[in-house]
Ligand binder design. Structure first.
Ligand code: F6P
Length: 326
């Protein structure tokens, strides 16, 4: 008689800065892992929850009605304790006692590096799903949450344009992205800004000033400028437009509003694709790979090609936005 084989545990967690799309990824990973014969678990509170044993068996109820919700129902954290081998050992014991043999982590490259260290310590294979509004993970053109964040920014800038044009003012809008200018660049292009400053593109205030003054002399009545937070230029640029260009200027820092909101259709579909790929890669015996979407193709890359490399902005985008920085 054939004995029934015990189903293998796969735990799903979110880690680092939350982003829209994490919930559909959690839901799909749970459902697909179950379909493939695994026993899915949920880790709450990210790496902190792994250490503190905040792990439960996934049920249909726990992942129902979450698809449209922003953020992550699993909550997230950035844990300093995880740098300590003793806490990582504690995390390992928590997995072992439940028969959890594999992990799916939805987050950024810091989380991937942490899980890779965990793999080196205890041999727990993991699959990473890129999720961060910054879109700054090397090897993938897309990270979950970016489209939703861009739409939040687009809506905000459209609103700011209404007041800018009504009051003949300049507005500087600072967007997130940490050290990466992707959100700023795409927002500036899609919202028709006159100025865009990002860390990756050299800018020239003198020529920007000459260009904008010329446009004002020819009828321009308001100005929209987008800055990436990584430039740390928002305050300066606002004062500079006011004083050097002579147009009354205001600064809007969009802040954490960009991290929230119901995931767009694009983020939901991307979440599904990445989640299925993550389960499949673990089933295929991959031990520490990151799901990626590159040049229109889904795939996965070894962690070294992702977590220790610098993300490069698409050169076409840089070319398009170049005139906004000079
Ligand atoms: O990485 C996502 C992000 O929102 C960055 O764009 C931003 O710089 C940072 O996180 C903000 O971090 P916190 O939520 O800890 O303030």
């Amino acid at each position: 008689m054939e004995l029934p084989t015990r189903r293998k545990g796969i735990a799903i967690m979110t880690s680092g800065g939350d982003s829209a799309g994490m919930n559909p990824a959690v839901k799909c990973a749970v459902e697909y892992a179950a379909q493939r014969g695994h026993e899915p678990y949920l880790v709450y509170d990210g790496l902190r929850g792994l250490i503190d044993d905040n792990i439960v068996l996934a049920t249909r109820e726990l992942v129902s009605g979450i698809l449209h919700r922003g953020g992550t129902i699993l909550r997230s954290s950035r844990s300093k304790r995880f740098f300590d081998i003793e806490y990582r050992r504690q995390a390992y014991e928590n997995l072992k006692k439940r028969g959890i043999e594999k992990l799916i982590v939805i987050g950024g490259d810091g989380s991937f590096r942490a899980l890779n260290q965990f793999y080196a310590d205890f041999g727990v294979p993991f699959a990473g799903i890129p999720a961060t509004i910054d879109n700054d993970i090397a090897g993938t053109d897309y990270c979950l949450g970016v489209d939703t964040a861009l739409n939040v920014i687009r809506q905000s800038i459209d609103s700011i344009r209404d007041t800018a044009s009504s009051f003949s003012r300049a507005f500087v809008v600072e967007v997130m992205g940490r050290h990466c200018g992707y959100l700023a660049l795409v927002s500036a292009l899609s919202c028709g800004a006159e100025i865009c400053l990002v860390p990756e593109v050299p800018y020239n205030l003198e020529s920007i000033g000459a260009r904008i003054k010329h446009e004002i002399a020819n009828g321009r009545r308001y100005v929209l400028a987008i800055t990436a937070e990584g430039t740390k230029m928002s305050d300066y640029l606002t004062r500079w437009i006011n004083d050097s260009i002579g147009m009354e200027a205001r600064l809007t820092v969009l802040g954490h509003v960009q991290r929230g909101g119901s995931p767009t259709v694009h983020d939901r579909v991307m979440a599904y694709k990445f989640a299925v790929a993550a389960v499949d890669s673990l089933d295929a015996g991959q031990t520490n790979t990151i799901m990626v979407f590159r040049d229109g193709t889904y795939g996965h890359l070894p962690i070294e090609a992702v977590a220790h490399q610098k993300y490069q902005l698409d050169s076409t985008l840089i070319k398009l936005a170049g005139p906004l920085a000079s």
